[in-house]
Design a protein around this ligand. Structure first.
Ligand SMILES: Nc1nc2c(ncn2[C@@H]2O[C@H](COP(=O)(O)OP(=O)(O)OP(=O)(O)O)[C@@H](O)[C@H]2O)c(=O)[nH]1
Ligand SMILES: [Mg+2]
Length: 412
């Protein structure tokens, strides 16, 4: 499409191949089409579909995977025209998730995401639900069967929703017990080394693998830093580009661990050819979940794989604050620890203060030294919610105490 370069698409396809490999498939061929706009019914053009069908025949491919999200109609049309099972990027990722989910919560979350995904796509070629061996040419369920399936799915979705809500509440309670600790979440693109870093810092045995989405559950470990700082380190599911929102949303309660964190460690695989693009994808997700205001330390990992470390200097300027490490070789960890301590000391705290309506100088001052998040005027006072660094917070809180003791003239 206009605005995309061939190289970028090839890299994206390379990632799709890695995903397919993770899902246990063998890639036998790839096709890219240049187009000015998408065909609403089939995404790609008629001639290209023919080419794909012929190529699939020749290579004896069982499945066609699209590096895009297909609408249910597009998927049905493509399956009819190519006469092979068609999977899109989300469907593939869901398949991986399904194979990776270990905890009960992750399993329920994945099942919910799968049902929501499959429901509008139920067609005769999708035979999963009827539990038959779904090879090509096997007939799927008939129309009445499909309707029964849909009803059963809706019921199951409601059940899963309830179960997840219950687990979510338990998780919230557990989170509350931990609230006196500073929470640091490891976030980042998939396969960048988040779990490896967790293992190095916490001496934990978190599952590490050179494949995508090794981690699906949020694991929490406590870590002691210098300065007597005891933090809780949280390992989370990795991000990937073009991951649709409904899919991310089904990991809501796992994501809440990230939403709840005080500090984010954004782990980046600096040895990856498209790491800057991966950074962009991660920041997009943070934006969508409205957590981009949290303090972020960018952790450039896998520096042991770089032959020219001078490449790193400009990165330090572009992505401050940042550190350079190797989680598996144990490089740069002292710097990482002290950077975390520094961020803890300077992190923003949320506060709220009640001021008389005429304390205009104080009001102006708050706007100077804090980020005001809400102002609500009451009959004889104003309540201001803000976030700022601990020092300013203490100063602002002192105003309130003093205001209580001062006369209105003195307050100004
Ligand atoms: N060379 C090198 N390899 C590393 C380093 N850190 C991690 N790796 C490797 O990178 C791969 C992925 O590591 P993980 O820790 O599973 O990555 P992750 O970010 O948790 O991945 P997901 O859970 O799949 O999102 C593994 O093969 C690690 O051994 C490092 O500093 N240097
Ligand atoms: Mg992991």
């Amino acid at each position: 499409m206009p605005g995309f370069t061939r190289q970028r698409e090839e890299e994206s396809l390379e990632e799709l191949a890695a995903l397919a490999d993770t899902a246990g498939a063998k890639v036998v061929g790839r096709i890219i089409q240049n187009r000015r706009n998408v065909d609403p019914g089939t995404l790609i053009g008629k001639g290209k579909i023919q080419q794909v069908a012929t190529m699939a025949q020749e290579l004896d491919a069982k499945t066609i995977i699209f590096d895009a999200d297909l609408s249910p109609t597009q998927m049905k049309n493509l399956e009819k025209l190519i006469n092979k099972k068609v999977v899109d990027r989300s469907g593939l990722i869901l398949d991986i998730f399904a194979g990776r989910a270990r905890s009960r919560e992750a399993q329920l979350q994945v099942e919910l995401a799968q049902l929501n995904y499959f429901m509008p796509r139920l067609s005769k070629l999708w035979t999963h639900l009827s539990r038959q061996e779904g090879g090509i040419g096997t007939r799927g369920p008939g129309e009445t069967q499909l309707e029964t399936d849909r009803r059963a799915i809706r019921k199951r979705i409601r059940h899963l929703d309830q179960q997840l809500e219950k687990i979510g509440r338990q998780r919230a309670t557990r989170r509350k017990h931990r609230s006196k600790f500073i929470k640091v979440a490891l976030i980042g693109y998939t396969n960048v080394g988040k779990s490896s870093l967790m293992n190095t810092l916490a001496g934990a045995e978190t599952f590490v693998e050179n494949r995508l989405f090794a981690t699906l559950d949020a694991t929490v470990r406590s870590v002691s830093l210098e300065d007597h700082n005891e933090i809780l380190l949280i390992d989370t599911v990795g991000f990937i580009k073009k991951l649709p929102h409904h899919l991310v949303a089904s990991f809501r309660s796992t994501l809440e661990e990230t939403l709840d964190a005080d500090i984010l460690l954004h782990v980046v695989d600096v040895s990856h050819p498209t790491f800057e693009e991966q950074i962009g994808s991660v920041l997009d997700v943070l934006h969508d979940f409205d957590i981009h205001h949290k303090p972020i330390l960018t952790v450039f990992n896998k520096i042991d794989r770089l032959s020219h470390r001078d490449r790193l200097t400009p990165l330090a300027e572009k992505f401050a604050p940042s550190v350079f490490i190797s989680a598996t070789r144990g490089l740069g960890l002292a710097q990482l620890r002290s950077s975390i301590c520094e961020m803890i000391a300077h992190r923003e705290v949320n506060g709220s203060i009640k001021l008389p309506l005429d304390a205009s100088r104080r009001l102006a001052r708050i706007h100077e030294i804090a980020r005001v998040t809400n102002t609500s005027f009451k009959e004889d006072h104003v309540v201001i919610d803000y976030s700022t660094e601990p020092e300013s917070h203490i100063r602002i809180q002192q105003w309130e105490e003093r205001l209580d003791r001062l006369s209105p003239e003195e307050q100004e």
